[in-house]
Design a protein around this ligand. Sequence first.
Ligand code: HEM
Length: 400
Amino acid sequence: MPRSHDTDEAVGPPSLPLHRLRFDPPGPPESVTSSDGTRAWEVSRYADVRMVLTDPRFGRAQLHGPDAPPRSDEPGLVGSLDLMFNQDGEDHLRLRRTLRRAFTPRAVARWRPWIASIVEQRLDQLASCTPPVDLVARFTLPLPVEVISRLMGLDAMAQERLRHWTQYAFSDGSHPEEEMRAGLAEFAAFGSALLAERRRAPGDDLTSVLVRAADAEGGIPESQLVDLVCGLVVGGHDSTMTMLGNSLLYLLGERPDSWPRLGADEQAAGALAERLLHLVPLGDDRGTARYAAADTEVGGVTIPAGSVVLADCGRANRDPEVFPSRQLDDLFAPLEAPTLSFGAGPHYCMGAWLARLELHLSLHRLAARFPGLRLVRPADGVEWRRGTTSRSPERIVAEW
Ligand code: HEM
């Protein structure tokens, strides 16, 4: 939800590379007006953001309820009331329990060898190209698409349609209504057919695990299961692609000093991936929304029941009380506290381990195999691919 308020000079032009966005220093909760006219309370200190994201008095479901203040609906799948992200309490827990059975750090560790082999295959293909090449077309897009397709058990046809469906699921709001409806309906029909197929003939993919777990859990409406599968298919690759592309713009454009160590030291590459996740936002959106179900004191200010609250993880990730600014530029320094880039509390990102692993492995191996990789055009001139809340380079032309 883009917003403006009296003291805000920080939101840069929408085409500024994301690592260059500036953030106001965090402060007490303040009343703001978003560009769609919604009044909201914005929280920005690390402790306040954590509190809003973890305290059950702040939920997601009531944002769409009859008592919620009017705000423009999020387009695409993100606005679906069946989506796990828009559920609270027992409904949400049921979905989360189901997914957790499949998505443990231990399970992700077991996926590591085949993710590593997909990374190596992509790098082999890159090495066979004659530079200059577009790293988005050759690496940052196909890699996460292949990983999520293998994970969810998608066939080649579904893999081809993935980007088509993603533009509607994570629409930037520019698609005509009729086209949106048709695109989303086709995507839901795919999700429904995939679930039916795995019920009939289970495999060793995550969709089959989910179907089994959901049937064991019982009581999950099919529409919620369809949105869960569709959400994983698009959410599971789009954010990783976005993160990879924006990270490469930063590293190759402004931090080539970090490239040799990134390629040489796998452990240091893990710390760097974590810091990039912490520092480079997925898009221009400032603040994930919640609804205050009761009057609640946050950071010395009472937020009245019925308010929309925006938790600004980007500002909180730069809170000098928690992250001393002298450390912010050392890309290999371990974080002083858990990053808020994956959220916190009941809606904490289910794919955090997978995203970390993909970013870590792919950046490390790319730097190891292509020590002389460099941008052909500076980061300022890139064209942007825009989603509901994300922005990533359309192309990254590089040579070696
Ligand atoms: C760089 C990559 C990623 C980032 C930065 C990211 C970030 C986030 C954030 C901030 C949230 C919580 C939003 C909120 O509380 O307002 C979230 C939720 C979620 N993410 Fe991710 N994510 C990433 C990758 C993934 C991947 C790879 C998957 C799955 C394969 C995934 C699945 C989910 C799901 C299912 C939720 C909803 C959890 C719930 O509502 O309980 N994410 N993500």
